[in-house]
Design a protein. Sequence first.
Length: 377
Amino acid sequence: MTTSLVCHAHAIAPSRVIRGEQAWQRGLPAIAALCQRPALLGRSSATQSIRAGLKADLTGSDLTVVEAQLNFDCCEEDLIRLEAFLKESACDCVIAAGGGKVLDAGKLLAFRLKLPCITVPLSAATCAGWTALANIYSRDGAFVSDQSLDACPDLLIFDHGLVRQAPNQTLASGIADALAKWYEASVGSGSSTDGIIQQAVQMARVLRDQLLIDALDAMARPDSESWVRVAEACGLTAGVIGGLGGAQCRTVAAHAVHNGLTQLPACHGKLHGEKVGFGILVQLRLEERLGGNQLAAQSRRQLLPLLKQLGVPITLQDLGLGETGLNDLRAICSFACRPGSDLHHLPFEVTETDLLEALVSTDADSRSVSTSLETEA
Ligand SMILES: [Zn+2]
């Protein structure tokens, strides 16, 4: 079949994006145009005071706000409870204000209840405010599945002042997650002859290059132009690439490793992008060892010092898995290698043992094939 006969359907972008300083204030009329009785969804106590401010502003715009809280990660238990609550409360819109899991839960609730969706990221840790995708976790934070939605949010408000209040490590996590776009999209799109996909992959390369240039300055100076470029790269551009490129510009091994890692409670304290950053190193190690890709070895050597300076885990020890037994490590690998896993978008076969060898050698000298696993076995 030639590519011209393939039909792609993908949700590309939110209907409207308002970004910048004071974006929230400037966005209030756009919110009021979408609803009268919005549910304001959030989770962490850390963002409680911010959400109280948002609620006051919405009330000041003559909207009746119904507050809704996630108790866990974005899990079915929370979703079922909140779906019933929002229905009972006759909400006519979902405003999700928080990190990736709150944004994902908000998108899923709006999708299931057929309501407009407004995302207000309170960190730059993920591009979940943009995308038409949501990850579902267990109550305890283990990745269960991802779901494609019909549409991106109706309105995305990326308010720099709000995002700047998040802990700096959320930005580091967002940088690692956004860097993954290039490493995953360039492999996942393979030899696609589709122009839109090729162009989206090139956007991922430009995104990576800008992050390599600006990331450390952005981390050090939240009031700088670098910060704005980096925060928007993580919160917005990474979403543009997934939207434009569709399924072929999405996740490969870095995210499959993330999904595997979430199966172990020991690394639940780490942020999404922190696990994805480690996953990039694992993917590059696989490409290097199984794909014979010397460029991958070079990329890994280039990324190691940056991720280290960002405080993103580069080894199992950094992830808090230094003392983890072989059985638990095998559980990560078997989840990441299960049938249908995005890991299999790599252009070569990967066994659980191959993956285990990559997991324990993310910081290895590229010529060294001996791993701590071999001494353990
Ligand atoms: Zn991600």
